[in-house]
Design a protein around this ligand. Structure first.
Ligand code: ADP
Length: 614
């Protein structure tokens, strides 16, 4: 049974190949196409049909194909004489140009092509495009004709009108008279049959001014269905998409359309024919014929070139939501989102923000690190200052011992005297009282020495207080006196008559004074005699107080006047070289200045200026 079927299939195939049509199919056809448009190809719709066709031909790369195009322009021209002259024109024009396939775009073009074929292209197959179901039925073309049949239903346009106008009551059809319509003329019967529940007003074949007047005052719950207008009735012709723009500018209701090219000029959308798909479909059939396939083997068939497409801007105008549209609808001409519109600016802004953020993060990090380093440096400095104070205290140990010995000695003497007095039969109690008060005074003096030592050696954090510089100098010099006399140094202090109020850390400022005086004593150590130190305080203008410590030592070599303040600069055998550098750091922290000079009469002088407190 299976074998029998296969055998009969083979016989049919052979018969087909050997038949005249089959033989013709094997002949090579010239690789050229003549595209015959029923309308003007310069209008957007027919142009898009052509673009679809041309692109499909270009994509078919294995054989170059020549495309010729002719527009019959049947919306604007017609009649026997016109058609006959056009035929003769083509006859002359293409005398030496063999045509492999004729592509007729539109039912009217197909009719003309069929009529002209015996004279112009007797053996050439015809591919039709943009032929509506009803036209195909009417023409019933012979076997050498193939093509894609499109179906456009009026009821689909009404269903879209219902989707965009809630509770739709009326549809108003705006277009040229049915007979002049090339694609939509088959709607005439469908319109006449009516749609249940909807009133249909045919505004068909009216002059443009009439139409524009009426569409501006349509009732609520109505929609316009636009089929196409080609002229204003006064001899002015235009592509139907241009005419739609005039209507849309005045219409007070949404306009449902059925061609993709009617979307942009003001149609809200609908089930629209996509012309480029029509062109591509026709090209595919034509190319198969040019490649040798027989038209009989490629029968006409329905094609899917209609899509639900809508115009977003019109949807906004008529408050139509996406949800109310048919499923799978495509929405065009959306306003670009902020990001789409300002893409590059947004990217630039975001980049700038990012860079700025990184920069800020970097700066914050750097600030944090600097703070950390500052704190560390300050810690180290205070550690050094403490070491320096310890060293100074060490150097001043004889002074301290002396200062303590004095009160302790007189306490002892006084205590012994009191003992003696109390041992007598009639002790003079008044004298004992005086002795005890002396003991108390000396004790206070001793504890004052210890207090000062402790405060000097204490590692206290930097704190600013109101200080009188004269007082600080006096205390320091008193403290230094025993050391000075032990080292044979005459030490004088001349304070300014007015008090010198400054804000500062008393212990640190005293450290500076001690460092300067001890340095002076060191500098004069090798001098056999005449060791003198003079301390002065004075006001410099209204702004600052100046302390100077001058000595009669050898002075400082001129080129080292600055160097001596560098850390670890020393000329002494046991020196650490940190005293002056710490002194300067302390003074700078008090917003003051510390500098050294040589006196004209010999010896060095150190000046310390500090801002006076307001
Ligand atoms: P050190 O006392 O440990 O050397 P300083 O920083 O206190 O460290 O002093 C640095 C150097 O400055 C001293 O070694 C000395 O050469 C010089 N100097 C300081 N004061 C005087 C002064 N009054 N006269 C001469 N030279 C001085």
């Amino acid at each position: 049974m299976g074998n029998a079927i296969r055998l009969s299939g083979l016989i049919i195939l052979l018969a087909t190949l050997l038949s005249p049509a089959g033989l013709r199919a094997q002949e090579a056809r010239p690789h050229s196409m003549l595209v015959l448009d029923q309308s003007d190809r310069r209008g957007p719709f027919y142009y898009q049909v052509f673009v679809g066709l041309r692109d499909a031909v270009s994509a078919h790369s294995h054989a170059p194909t020549t495309i010729y195009t002719e527009s019959l322009d049947l919306n604007r021209f017609g009649g026997e004489a016109y058609q006959e002259s056009f035929r003769r024109f083509l006859e002359t024009k293409y005398r030496d140009r063999p045509i492999g396939v004729v592509v007729a775009v539109g039912a009217a073009a197909l009719e003309v092509a069929l009529r002209w074929r015996p004279q112009l292209w007797p053996d050439t197959p015809i591919v039709f495009a943009l032929v509506e179901e009803a036209d195909f039925e009417r023409l019933r073309p012979p076997a050498f004709v193939t093509g894609g049949i499109v179906t456009l239903k009026f009821e689909n346009a009404v269903s879209v009108a219902r989707a965009v106008v809630p509770d739709l009551k009326t549809v108003v059809i705006v277009g040229a008279e049915w007979e002049r319509q090339v694609i939509f003329r088959n709607w005439k019967d469908q319109v006449a049959a009516g749609i249940p529940g909807v009133d249909i007003i045919e505004m068909v074949g009216r002059p443009m001014p009439d139409i524009i007047g009426q569409v501006a005052a349509l009732p609520d719950r109505s929609a316009i269905i636009y089929t196409g207008l080609y002229s204003d009735g006064k001899g002015n012709y235009y592509p139907p998409s241009d005419a739609l723009a005039f209507v849309a500018a005045k219409a007070n209701r949404p306009i449902v359309v059925s061609a993709e090219t009617f979307l942009r000029p003001g149609g809200i959308g609908g089930f629209v024919i996509v012309p480029s798909l029509i062109g591509a479909e026709a090209a595919k059939r034509a190319l198969r014929l040019l490649d040798g396939e027989a038209p009989e083997n490629l029968p006409p068939s329905a094609i899917d070139a209609v899509r639900p497409i809508f115009n977003w801007q019109q949807m906004q105008r008529w408050s139509v939501s996406e949800a109310s549209l048919p499923q799978g609808s495509e929405i065009r001409f959306r306003d670009p989102s902020f990001l789409e519109k300002y893409r590059w600016r947004a990217i630039a802004l975001a980049t700038a923000l990012l860079v700025q953020t990184l920069l800020i993060a970097f700066l914050l990090h750097e600030r944090h690190m600097r703070r950390k380093a500052e704190v560390e440096a300050r810690n180290q400095q205070s550690q050094l200052a403490h070491i320096n104070r310890q060293a100074t205290a060490g150097e001043l140990s004889s002074s301290i011992a002396h200062e303590l010995n004095q009160p302790l000695g007189s306490i002892l003497t006084n205590a012994e005297s009191a003992e003696l007095i109390l041992g007598s039969p009639t002790p003079d109690l008044q004298e004992v009282r005086e002795i005890i008060s002396d003991i108390k005074r000396d004790d206070l003096r001793a504890s004052e020495v210890i207090r000062r030592m402790r405060s000097l050696l204490k590692r206290a954090p930097f704190e600013k207080k109101d200080i009188d510089l004269n007082q600080s100098m006096r205390e320091a010099f008193d403290f230094l006196k025993p050391q000075a006399s032990a080292r044979n140094v005459a030490i004088y202090l001349q304070t300014s008559p007015q008090t010198l109020r400054v804000k500062g850390d008393p212990v640190q400022l005293q450290q500076v004074i001690l460092n300067l005086v001890v340095n002076s004593m060191d500098a004069m150590a090798r001098m056999p005699y005449g060791r003198t130190i003079i301390g002065r305080t004075e006001v410099n203008g209204a702004e600052s107080a100046v302390i100077s410590i001058s000595d009669s030592g050898p002075g400082i070599p001129q080129d080292r006047l600055n160097e001596i303040f560098d850390p670890f600069f020393t000329t002494k055998e046991q020196g650490m070289g940190i005293g002056l550098s710490i002194a300067r750091t302390i003074v700078l922290a008090h917003s003051g200045q510390l500098w050294a000079e040589n006196q004209s009469g010999g010896g060095a002088v150190f000046h310390l200026s500090l801002p006076l407190a307001a």
